[in-house]
Design a protein around this ligand. Structure first.
Ligand code: SF4
Length: 272
């Protein structure tokens, strides 16, 4: 494929992996047409700066405009309430309905409107093999047969598939790219403190660990309460049979699972 024939659609969440991916792509392909898209699930971090704004500022450093997309019919919490259940880790309806779907819709519209000018579109996703054994089995480059229509050819590509967490953090640190403040202190090179999570995801995510849930309870009580009250209303728990309140009761308060240096090489969990 000639670079002049390609447009990159870069999925930027404002999280470390997609930030690193954007850096790598801008380094490797300075002259390739790029579009940066942010998918808002309606339950994104907003403090002390929104994930969307963080992503927008990062894109702007490369002279790129951030296109924010969302499902017009539902937010994450509305989806859970309507279905009466949380998404499963295997099917991840949240990801398909609130992230992948809106990005695909945006891509089709961008082709129709002429914003995307190339026939070959490479949809870039910041997934890494090291995140989970399931992810490691994925093909990092795959033709999207559903999206490849009407003369356009769409590929799904994971440009940082082989990167480790250390590669990501050191890659960002070397380039002086700051991470969103919600990340644990050990992830920041610039001394940012006050963060409590290893992933920038929905404020409470189906992949949140018990330690994450305790940290969310302590640092983002509104999000904890929103999900906890939802569990009670729909009589369905986000984690296997254990409510957030039960997880809190069972998780020791002196856990040192966040904010610790030893977390740097632990595996992460993906969303897209
Ligand atoms: S961040 Fe978690 S809860 Fe939100 S869409 Fe992704 S997998 Fe679902």
């Amino acid at each position: 494929m000639k670079h002049s024939e390609i447009a990159l659609v870069i999925n930027l969440s404002g999280g470390k992996d997609s930030q690193y991916m954007l850096e790598v792509l801008c380094d490797l392909y300075p002259d390739v047409e790029k579009h940066v898209v942010y998918a808002d699930t309606g339950f994104e971090h907003v403090n002390p700066v929104s994930a969307e704004e963080w992503a927008r500022q990062h894109a702007a450093k490369h002279g790129l405009v951030l296109h924010a997309v969302r499902n017009p019919n539902k937010t994450y919490l509305e989806m859970v309430e309507t279905r009466g259940m949380f998404p499963g880790a295997g099917t991840r309806q949240c990801t398909s309905d609130l992230k992948r779907g809106p990005i695909q819709t945006w891509t089709r519209q961008a082709v129709r409107s002429g914003l995307i000018t190339k026939k070959i579109i490479v949809n870039c996703i910041g997934i890494r093999a090291a995140e989970s054994p399931q992810r490691a089995k994925q093909k990092p480059l795959k033709r999207d047969r559903v999206m490849s229509k009407n003369g356009r050819i769409v590929w799904n590509w994971m440009p940082i598939f082989k990167a480790t967490l250390t590669d990501v953090l050191h890659g960002l640190w070397r380039r002086g790219v700051a991470l969103h403040p919600v990340y644990i202190p050990a992830y920041h090179m610039d001394g940012t403190k006050g963060g409590y999570l290893r992933r920038l995801a929905c404020r409470v995510c189906i992949f949140s660990t018990d330690a994450d849930i305790r940290a969310i309870y302590e640092h983002d009580r509104a999000a904890f309460d929103a999900v906890s009250e939802l569990e009670q209303r729909i009589d369905f728990t986000m984690k296997n049979g254990k409510s957030l309140v039960q997880i809190m009761a069972a998780t020791p308060t002196d856990t040192k699972q966040y904010g610790s240096e030893e977390l740097i090489d632990q595996p992460d969990q993906p969303c897209m």
